[in-house]
Design a binder for this molecule. Structure first.
Ligand code: SAJ
Length: 427
């Protein structure tokens, strides 16, 4: 602890993909940090200098932070100058076109810190949240405790904006948007990040900051829906979607994204709904884009199934169950929906993923996954898949079909090995 009178410099509530990197980053910069998680096994792991998530460089940083004595984990918060809340904000219903947001984690985090918050503290919400959450779910309950936000307590939203797989670098290099409940709150929160962030720090209001974050991911989701639609158009017209996108993107003001097996992760499939929910009448395009992306995995699974109608006892090997390439995170991965649809038909399913350790069902080694299979489906673009020996895989399979829904592999290489190669929107 920095000083027994005031407690820790920082108390980070939620030791997940954002909270743990944030806590260890500040600790390695010399701050005394308490990391809090409701999961006792996470707390034990961190106190042992280890990590429960796969993220490049994180293990080393956590180990250094814990060994230096500046990072401690606990299931209980304690007094600190600054509280950072980085807990999940999941949606409440899946696969429907209206979605509520579950702010229970935020409410419980605020409740947990209330006994420790003192005058002049700073409370920051980093969790991606629907508009007005910082005011209504963080500032309001603290005001009910007698604080005057902006006067004797400072509350702000500073959305995390880092890319999984690249978190430690982006935490330092990316610009930050800091939205205070008042101007004084914004100034105080900006000052907090200045010690560890090399990027620019932009000050705005709390609700604006919430919308900035949501629109960043919404922009990607709408753009990917456009790319997925373009893949279907390319199938119809017999054009190569990759070439069309690549050449269109040579224009200085165009940045088309890529089609794929669907949009997964805990951000893009969720955040646009927060916007739709906040202004349902206005957010028509955002809703439509979400529905388009949401429908992709099931449609692709049907496509696989229909290619196998003549096969008796078809077996499909799913390669990649993570929500995108080179991560171990499988939250809302398109592979889950592909597996669900195939599983409902008479297809025998196997799955291989070199990054994911625990999945919804048991994963196989590469050879047992493909043995006797009639098709391989690529559902996450992991680097390892580029180095697969297509001929060797083909020898083990009953029939050689490859559905490369990530447009990731070298079609010529697989065709040379006797595979019937199907990509997204390309010959
Ligand atoms: N995807 C496509 N086509 C593309 C790009 C992505 O189909 O052209 C798919 C991916 O395969 C994946 C999904 O979209 O299934 C989401 O992947 P992503 O890389 O776009 O985003 P995330 O969820 O890993 O991280 C995003 C990032 N947001 C932006 O880049 C604007 C990250 O910076 C955020 O911090 C993160 O969301 C978050 O936590 O909100």
């Amino acid at each position: 602890m920095a000083d027994d009178q005031t407690g820790y410099d920082i108390c980070v509530v939620g030791l997940g993909y954002i909270g743990l990197p944030t806590a260890s980053l500040f600790a390695t910069q010399g701050f005394d940090v308490l990391g809090v998680d409701i999961d006792a096994s996470v707390v034990r792991t961190v106190n042992d200098g280890e990590t429960h998530i796969e993220e490049s460089g994180l293990r080393t940083m956590v180990e250094a932070a814990v060994n230096s004595g500046r990072l401690t984990a606990s299931t209980e918060p304690a007094a600190a100058d600054t509280f950072v809340i980085a807990v999940p904000t999941p949606r409440t219903r899946e696969h429907e076109d209206t979605h509520g947001s579950d702010l229970g984690y935020i409410d419980r985090a605020v409740e947990a810190i209330v006994p420790y918050v003192e005058p002049d503290n700073l409370v920051i919400l980093e969790s991606t949240s629907p508009p007005a959450t910082t005011r209504e779910h963080v500032a309001a309950p603290l005001e009910r405790e007698g604080f005057a936000v902006g006067d004797d307590l400072y509350v702000a939203h500073c959305p995390e904006r880092v890319l999984p797989g690249n978190i430690l670098r982006e935490l330092v290099e990316n610009d930050r948007v800091v939205g205070g409940v008042t101007d004084a709150c914004s100034r105080r929160a900006a000052q907090f990040y200045r010690d560890v962030v090399d990027g620019e720090i932009h000050r705005t209001g709390a609700t604006e900051a919430e919308l900035v974050k949501l629109m960043e991911n919404t922009y990607r989701d709408v753009n990917i829906a456009l790319a997925n639609e373009l893949a279907d158009i390319s199938d119809e017209l017999g054009t190569d979607v990759r070439e069309v996108i690549d050449l269109a993107n040579r224009h200085p003001r165009v940045d088309l994204h890529q089609p794929g097996p669907g949009v997964g992760g805990h951000c893009l499939p969720v955040d646009p709904w927060f916007v739709v929910e906040s202004a349902p009448e206005q957010a028509r395009l955002i809703r439509q884009a979400r529905l388009i992306n949401q429908s992709v995995p099931a449609r692709l699974a049907e496509e696989v199934r229909s290619e196998l109608t003549d096969v008796s006892n078809p077996k499909v090997a799913l390669f990649g169950v993570a929500y995108k390439g080179n991560v171990d995170d499988h939250r809302m991965a398109p592979a889950k929906e592909i597996a669900r649809v195939l599983d409902q038909s008479d297809v025998e399913l196997s799955a291989y993923d070199p990054h994911v350790r625990n999945f919804d069902f048991e994963l196989d080694g590469i050879e047992s996954a493909v043995r006797g299979a009639h098709a391989v489906v690529i559902a996450s673009a992991h680097d390892e898949f580029k180095y697969i020996d297509a001929a060797r895989i083909g020898e083990l399979m009953a029939e050689r079909r490859l559905f490369d829904f990530c447009n990731y592999l070298d079609a010529a290489n697989w065709r040379d090995a006797g595979f019937d190669y199907v990509g997204r929107g390309r010959e």
